[in-house]
Design a protein around this ligand. Structure first.
Ligand SMILES: [Mg+2]
Length: 376
């Protein structure tokens, strides 16, 4: 079997409600959808959803990099030759990990479809039956966050993630309000997205220890592993590194410096499942659990990530795979099902979701500021 063609489509999907984090508010997501075809008629679909303000790679640049650099390097290759394909892509264009993620997901979909098995079987089989997911609450007033938390706990979510970082006193009040609303059996984590200094992180996390946080995610700037190591040593709450790990080499540095207790494998920022497996193996050998984060991907990216989350025992806690719940519309025929705090992983061959080709046109990307025409 040989890869014959790689098509790239740009789309935007509208959010049901805006989502606010430390640095910005999102009303929609811009996606790159990739379709890889072969000489045997089997094809795979992939997706990547960049976050330009943090990681670069606008959708236009992803399209260009795939069409002009990555696709020419791998067309003609057997899609099962993962090692050769990733080596060729590395040599054709270093970095560009979001672009590579779209290709990675499509290759994983393709090969497992060719084998007529769900992707998790290709990745080594199930280690659990369904994927627990956390509900992510944006930055809002404490009483509003508490109300939303209670709402989702009643819908079956057992782990909550609070976005933080715009105002540290407000962050503390929000944690207090949510803990008081949901009680002590629900896990609460916070993610200030790098907003705190080392000293402030240590002070705040110590003050929050009375609320028994499950973990704190990337409290300090991504580049400062020494600073994060100081925070990790100073507090009892486990520290999860996110933006600070994008490559296997980053993961080795984190292990050597004992900079964090666990790693967020946000698959888009890492360049796909191929590299996520490598980082997970490094973390597992260092006794560091990982969880699967998200770029709030749509159904394609979330499905691919969910198969990975099902297949690796070192992936602990609930994963942030809730992007489909944020969407008022998407480019698939049937969206994934998230019920009672669990994502149901499709049993169909490949990633198990089907591209709706008509939606590639109706949800076509119209530019950074253009909102998608189709909404709920
Ligand atoms: Mg994060």
């Amino acid at each position: 079997m040989k890869i014959t063609k790689i098509d790239v489509f740009l789309v935007s999907t509208p959010f049901v409600k805006p989502q606010t984090m430390a640095m910005w508010t999102s009303y929609k997501k811009d996606h790159v959808v990739v379709k890889i075809e072969t000489d045997e008629g089997v094809f795979g679909i992939g997706e990547t959803v960049p976050l330009v303000a943090e990681f670069g790679e606008p959708v236009e640049s992803i399209k260009y990099v795939i069409q002009d650099w990555l696709a020419p390097a791998i067309i003609g290759e057997d899609p099962f030759n993962f090692e050769a394909i990733f080596d060729k892509m590395y040599k054709a264009a270093k970095n560009h990990l979001f672009a590579k993620c779209a290709i990675d997901f499509a290759l994983h979909d393709l090969v497992s479809k060719a084998l007529d098995i769900p992707l998790y079987k290709f990745l080594g089989g199930k280690t659990r039956d369904k994927v627990p997911v956390s509900w992510v609450i944006g930055i809002k007033k404490p009483e509003e966050a508490a109300k939303e938390a209670l709402d989702f706990v009643e819908r079956g979510f057992k782990e909550l993630k609070l976005k933080a970082g715009s105002d540290w006193r407000g962050d503390m009040e929000r944690v207090k309000a949510v803990r008081e609303a949901v009680g002590w059996d629900i896990a609460i984590r916070i993610d200030p997205n790098q907003a705190w200094s080392v000293a402030r992180a240590i002070t705040i996390i110590k003050k929050l220890e009375r609320y028994e946080l499950q973990l704190v995610e990337q409290p300090t700037p991504a580049w400062d592993l020494d600073g994060l190591a100081k925070v990790t040593k100073a507090v009892d709450t486990p520290i999860l590194i996110d933006e600070g790990v994008r490559t296997p080499e980053d993961a080795v540095k984190v292990v050597r410096k004992e900079a964090a207790d666990m790693i967020n494998l946000k698959i888009g920022k890492i360049g796909g499942i191929y590299y996520s497996k490598k980082i997970n193996a490094i973390a597992e050998a260092a006794d560091m659990p990982c969880l699967v984060g998200s770029m709030l991907e749509g159904n394609i990216g979330t499905a691919a990530s969910a198969h990975f989350a099902l297949a690796a025992p070192n992936l602990k806690f609930a994963h942030d795979l809730i992007g489909p719940l944020f969407r008022a519309d998407d480019v698939v025929k049937e969206p994934l099902k998230i019920k009672n705090g669990y994502l149901e992983v499709p049993e169909k061959p490949g990633i198990g979701v089907e591209l709706d080709e008509g939606k590639l046109e109706t949800l076509k990307y119209g530019g950074r500021w253009a909102m998608p025409k189709v909404g709920r």
